[in-house]
Design a protein around this ligand. Structure first.
Ligand SMILES: [Zn+2]
Length: 387
């Protein structure tokens, strides 16, 4: 169903038409994006700079369009195993270069300078790890800056002094929107820059932009957007950069049913980023209030598991049989299934749910154990809409 606003409906059509089809994958590493960066660099309007190297020597590039006074900086894949926004920003740049949305003023490049760093952590991407090659979580390195990638990001922020900063991540698939049975496909945060969570004009603008993006996305995700917890974290980059006066926005790409490569979140990231870019030129977001921002339901951790067995009977042959729910999740790397929780799992939703009241498991199970044998014993397949 297309968006009721013709301009947004047209935007979505163009976003889909211009997606890099080769990026429809579960993981992305530097060799996946290097040819695309080269192809984008053929456009006259794009400047590509190598801003430095990762710990293992892979170049980290910055792609820039425009020369206006309003500076927007976006970076992706600070965590190597979080690739969704990398695909999204490369789609976005292609859209801006090849089919500039009609809703952007013709002189937008005189008003805005857009800088994008796709894949800040190429070593982690190569190893499919959150951390960089030193084993450091770059997003806990904002203060001590022992990682070359963290130092590079901070240097970019110092040099460019962005007005708006987009910190783009993936979250684990088990976040729910509030206490609903909706996965949080997109979660937003305007991070705090102080433990008391003050709201200065920059943070107010971040919240207004988020409320505006969320309103646009609600057409496709009527219940699928959430608001991330804003506890202050001094060692995280989002919070530190928010302290520089940049309107800082975290976007977490999350799960959607039947979408293992997170292509829904990818597409909606592009629409959200483009929506924010246009808002910065029209100030349409200034009509949003703090109540609009806080009206976004909370991003709830552990609201989902991959497979939920409800009220299975467990009998070890000697004790009285007992009934329990069992939650099964998927290892991020290997994709193998394991037992995540045993007990009363009300409030936890399964991407696949089995009413197991008629089933008996002949033996105890333990949290952490491989789940395939128990599914076989119960005669259940490992089918999973999200896997
Ligand atoms: Zn992350």
């Amino acid at each position: 169903m297309s968006h009721p606003h013709a301009a947004i409906a047209a935007l979505e059509q163009d976003v889909v038409a211009l997606q890099w089809s080769q990026l429809d994958r579960r993981h992305l590493s530097y060799p996946d994006i290097a040819p695309i960066v080269d192809e984008l660099a053929q456009h006259e309007g794009l400047r590509v700079a190598t801003i430095g190297d990762s710990y293992l020597g892979t170049p980290i590039k910055r792609l820039s369009i425009g020369q206006g006074p309003l500076v927007v900086l976006a970076w992706t894949q600070m965590h190597g195993d979080e690739p969704t926004a990398t695909a999204a920003v490369l789609d976005w740049l292609r859209l801006l270069l090849e089919r500039t949305p009609a809703s952007l003023p013709g002189d937008w490049q005189e008003l805005i300078t857009l800088h994008v760093i796709p894949m800040l952590n190429p070593d982690g991407a190569a190893q499919n790890t959150r951390q960089n090659a030193q084993g450091i979580d770059i997003n806990r390195d904002a203060l001590v800056q022992q990682s070359p990638e963290g130092r590079l990001l901070w240097q970019q922020v110092q040099d460019l002094q962005p007005t708006v900063a987009f910190n783009l991540h993936d979250q684990n698939p088990y976040y729910a929107v509030g206490d609903s049975a909706e996965p949080a496909t997109i979660a937003f945060l305007a991070p705090a820059y102080h433990p008391d969570k003050h709201v200065d004009s920059a943070r107010l603008q971040a919240k207004q932009l988020i409320a505006h993006m969320r309103q646009i996305l609600s057409h496709w995700l009527p219940q699928g957007t959430a608001r991330y917890d804003d506890s202050y974290s001094a060692r995280s980059f989002g919070d530190t950069i928010a302290g520089t006066g940049a309107s800082t926005i975290l976007i977490e790409s999350g799960a959607h049913r039947d979408d293992p490569h997170r292509q829904v979140a990818r597409r909606l990231n592009v629409i959200a980023l483009q929506t924010a870019l246009e808002a910065l030129l029209s100030d349409v977001h200034r009509g949003q209030t703090l109540a609009d921002y806080y009206g976004i339901p909370a991003n709830t951790a552990d609201g989902f598991c991959d497979i939920k067995l409800t009220q299975v009977t467990v009998s070890d042959g000697t004790h009285e049989p007992f009934q329990t729910d069992i939650c099964i999740c998927r290892n991020k790397g290997s994709q193998s299934l394991y037992v995540d929780f045993i007990g009363d799992a009300r409030g936890v939703h399964g991407f696949v749910e089995h009413d197991a009241r008629q089933l008996t498991l002949p033996g105890l199970v333990k949290v952490g154990e491989v789940a395939e044998p128990l599914l076989r014993l119960l005669g259940l397949s490992r089918e999973n809409s999200n896997g």
